[in-house]
Design a protein. Sequence first.
Length: 465
Amino acid sequence: MDSTNQGIIFGSKEMNEPAPSEFIPKHMTPAETAYQIVKDETFPQTQPRLNLATFVTTYMDDYGTRLMNEAVGINYIDETEYPRVAVMCGRCINMVANMWHSPEKSEWKTGAPGIGSSEACMLGGVAAWLRWRARRKAAGKPYDKPNLIMSTAYQVVWEKFCQLWQIEMRTVPITYRHPTLDIERVIEMCDENTICVVPVAGVTWTGMNDDIEALNDALEQYNRITGYDIPIHVDAASGGFILPFINPEKKWDFRLKWVLSISTSGHKYGLVYPGLGWIVWKDRKYLPDEMSFSVNYLGANITQVGLNFSRPAAQILAQYYNFIHLGEEGYRKIHSNSMSIAQYCHDEIGSIPFFRNYTDKLENPLFIWYLDPEYDRKANWTLFDLQDKLMQKGWMVPAYTMPKDIEEMVVMRIVVRQGMSRDMADMLVRDIKDAVSELDKLEYPTPTRIAARDSKKHKGHVFTH
Ligand SMILES: Cc1ncc(COP(=O)(O)O)c(C=O)c1O
């Protein structure tokens, strides 16, 4: 190392040059300078806890963080070297399965870790497809036209799944009248090629829950009449760790007959830093054998279910730590606070005359709102301008258009998670109020407002709610 650089990081030649962006540099850079360059790349970003766009954990306590840091070099797949990590993972799967009322009797419940909900959703989808295919083959029927049904408010992972595995995606429109999955339409779309229906607990776009119990009842009747076995995979990316603590009586999980698999994100309301997901099947028999790969790795025979081979172990340690440390009581307290802080923000924002909340009651600690239609018609600004203004104060509060069929509707969303206090909520509400009163005074339309007017003119319709 060039000792002359020590202590004068900002006097070094590297600090006076553009950061490497195309080729690996020919020569070495002192560690403290390289560290500073990398650190400074992220310097102007929003503080993660002010990022109200994400569902993913941005706060963990010191012990959880320490455990993760200490395990940062452990590869989960090296089960021979780190057999206790595999045991810990199995215990986590057991706890998640029991939290969702798994009826499985075995010592180790059937499930798998994932890098996030995306991997877990893919595994749930593949299992449903393979089970359907095996049934079709056994009956001597064609198995080349599988389809999957969910609402248009799906998360993009389902589009990826359907593209990658060539499954037809049938989507039921979310409309003003049906803000969640319209079950009648689902049943109309079902046929012998439907591999599963995917309701969502904690819809990404709205924060609402699809009515999974009603879907189960409708499928029970439909399957009885048709003789089909169309099951449910619940995408509970957010709701999987909210419902058991906030609304334990609500039946949405394995208590329902046709729910055969559920996925969630450990790194959302499981309160672990990214990336961790979980999938659990109701019973071993619902996990097709083709999905378990036996690998002879470093002298041990490992059975793996997953898309990736290597994966970090630190998240699993952190999840196990959270389960021990927080217990049901801790999860309930943290999520109840998130719910009441979200409700507080929702009520405060809803009371600003320019705004309307999308729903009256919150089912998860997140919500969306939109501009009052009367005001929207004459305002010189849009929610995209408010997003920019809030970003200047460090808050990330996203504005976006709703899915197909109601895509002309622009909304704004806040996700409350562990790490958001009532005091922070008060600061946020004050910043929103200040920003909208400034925007309201604008005499000329902003570029986003001009673009919105143009696009409405072109479409030839006026947005009504
Ligand atoms: C309903 C839903 N499903 C799946 C995902 C994907 O989750 P992950 O980011 O954990 O892969 C998300 C992420 O927001 C989600 O909200």
